[in-house]
Design a protein around this ligand. Structure first.
Ligand code: AMP
Ligand code: GLY
Length: 424
C-alpha cells in the first residue's frame, strides 16, 4: 500500500519508525517530515496545515492510507477531505476532533454524559468572564477554547491572575480566534496521567500509560511547554485506577461521541488527574501526544500499521495490540529559549556509543549539505527502553550526554518520583 504520514515532529518520527517495519507498506511519504524521518521515508515539503496541497499530493501519488498525526489538520478537517476522495485514514474527522478543538465542547460533553471532570463555566463575553473570576474564590484555571499549541491554559492563583489571563486571551487575542471563548474551571490537584487509546468508535484499547512533564524547568517550574519528556508506564497508574478509568471515563467517552453522531476513529488521548475524589479528565486530545508517543510506541510489540488499519476499518476488537513489560524514558532536548522564540541553524553533533535500546527521535531538525542543524524549539527526543524505569532513565540520560549543539537544554528530572504532581 502507498501510505503517507502528515506531520513532522518527534511524535511522527516515532510513528514512522514503527510503520517502516510493517511488510504491508509499499511506499511511505511524510509531509513534511524532518531531518531524522528523512533516513526512513521520503519527506515532502508540504506543511501539515496546507490541506489543498496534501489532498492534491494524495491523488498524484495514489495514496491508499493516510495517518494524520497533528491536531491542526485534524481539527481543520483533513480527514474529511481525504476520505471524500477515497483515501482511508487513521485520525478523527473534524466533528470528532472537536473534542480537542473546542474545550467548551469537550466540557459540555462530559457534563451531559456524567464523565468526571473539574467544575467549570464557559464565557464568550470578556466582562462576564472577569466578573465571574472576581467573584470566585481561590485558585482557578483559565483556558482558551480553541487550539493554542499547548499554551492556552493558565493556572491562576487568584482572581487577579485569572483576570490578567482573561484579558490576554479574550481581549488581546494572544492565541488568535482560539480566545473567542474561555473555560474557567476549578483547579484540581493530584498526579497527572496521560493515557493514549486506540478506538474505532466502538472498541477502545488503551495503550500503556505515561506521564508527561509539561513545565520547562526542573522541579516542575517555569512556563508550560509542549512537553519536556515522558515516561511509560506512569508510576501512579495502578491497575485498579486503570479499571475505574475504563469504566467511568474511557468507555463513556467513546459511547458519548458515538451517541452524538461523532464516532471517533484514531488515537484518543486522555489527560487525567488522579484526585482524592478519583480520576478526572483534565483534557482530551484527538491524537497521539508529543512526547508521550515517543515513550509509549517503543514499547509496542505488535504491528502498528495493522492496528491503524483495524481502527480505520472498525475492526479494532480483532486486532493484536500488545505492549512489552519494560519501561521507557524520553528526554526532550530543546533549543535555548524554548518555549519562547529560539535561534535555528545550530549544528547538532551526536557522539558515538549510544546505549542499547536507545532511539534519538528528531523534531526540530533539518539536513543541510550533510550536516544536521536545529530547526525549532524542541529539537530531539531521546528514548531508552529497559526492564526497569531506573535503567531506562539512566540509559536515556547517558544518550543525552552524547548530544551537543549550542544552547541545548533539557530537564534533569524526567521520570524522577514526583516529577508531575500538581497542587499537592
Ligand atoms: P492542558 O493544555 O489542558 O493540558 O493543560 C495544561 C496543564 O495545565 C495540565 O497538564 C495541567 O497540569 C494544568 N491544568 C489544566 N487544567 C487543570 C485543572 N483543572 N486543575 C489543575 N491543573 C490543570
Ligand atoms: N504532551 C501533551 C500533548 O501532546 O498535548
Amino acid at each position: 500500500m502507498n501510505v503517507m504520514v502528515v506531520g513532522g515532529g518527534g511524535r511522527e518520527h516515532a510513528i514512522v519508525e514503527k510503520l517502516v517495519r510493517s511488510p504491508r507498506i509499499g511506499s511511505l511519504c511524510v509531509l513534511p517530515g524532518n531531518g531524522g524521518i528523512a533516513d526512513l521515508a521520503e519527506c515532502v515539503p508540504i506543511p501539515a496545515t496546507d490541506l489543498d496541497s496534501i489532498v492534491a499530493f494524495a491523488a498524484e501519488r495514489s495514496i491508499d492510507f493516510a495517518v494524520v498525526a497533528p491536531d491542526d489538520p485534524l481539527v481543520m478537517g483533513l480527514v474529511d477531505r481525504l476520505e471524500a476522495v477515497g483515501v482511508r485514514c487513521f485520525g478523527p474527522n473534524a466533528r470528532a476532533a472537536a473534542i480537542e478543538g473546542s474545550k467548551a465542547y469537550a466540557k459540555d460533553l462530559m457534563r451531559r454524559y456524567g464523565i468526571p471532570t473539574a467544575r467549570y463555566e464557559v464565557f464568550d463575553d470578556v466582562d462576564r468572564a472577569l466578573e465571574y473570576a472576581a467573584s470566585a474564590k481561590g485558585p482557578m484555571v483559565v483556558k482558551a477554547d480553541g487550539l493554542a499549541r499547548g499554551k492556552g491554559v493558565v493556572v491562576a492563583e487568584d482572581a487577579v491572575q485569572a483576570g490578567a489571563a482573561i484579558v490576554s486571551i479574550m481581549r488581546d487575542r494572544v492565541f488568535g480566534a482560539s480566545g473567542e471563548r474561555v473555560v474557567i474551571e476549578e483547579r484540581l490537584s493530584g498526579p497527572e496521567v496521560s493515557v493514549l487509546a486506540f478506538t474505532d468508535g466502538r472498541t477502545i484499547v488503551p495503550m500503556v500509560s505515561s506521564m508527561d512533564h509539561k513545565r520547562a524547568f526542573d522541579g516542575d517550574t517555569g512556563p508550560n511547554t509542549g512537553g519536556m519528556g515522558a515516561v511509560a508506564p506512569n508510576p501512579y497508574y495502578a491497575p485498579e485506577i486503570a479499571d475505574a478509568c475504563m469504566e467511568r471515563i474511557f468507555r463513556p467517552t467513546v459511547e458519548a461521541l458515538r451517541a452524538e453522531g461523532r464516532p471517533f476513529r484514531g488515537c484518543l488521548y486522555f489527560g487525567l488527574m488522579l484526585t482524592e475524589e478519583g480520576p478526572k479528565v483534565i483534557e482530551y486530545n484527538c491524537r497521539f501526544g508529543d512526547p508521550e508517543a515517543q515513550a509509549v510506541l517503543p514499547l509496542l510489540e505488535s504491528d502498528l500499521f495493522e492496528i491503524l488499519l483495524a481502527v480505520s476499518g472498525e475492526r479494532l476488537a480483532e486486532a493484536d495490540v500488545r505492549f512489552a513489560d519494560g519501561a521507557s524514558c524520553c528526554v526532550v532536548v530543546a533549543s535555548s529559549g524554548y518555549p519562547g522564540p529560539v535561534r535555528d541553524g545550530m549544528e547538532i553533533y551526536v557522539g558515538a556509543g549510544l546505549p542499547p535500546e536507545t532511539i534519538v527521535y528528531h523534531a526540530g531538525t533539518r539536513r543541510e549539505g550533510g550536516r544536521l542543524r536545529t530547526a525549532g524549539g524542541r529539537v530531539l527526543s531521546v528514548t531508552a527502553v529497559a526492564p526497569t524505569a531506573e535503567e531506562a532513565r539512566a540509559r536515556a540520560y547517558a544518550a543525552v550526554g552524547l548530544i551537543h549543539f549550542e544552547g541545548a537544554r533539557f530537564r534533569n528530572d524526567i521520570g524522577m518520583a514526583g516529577g508531575s504532581i500538581h497542587g499537592s
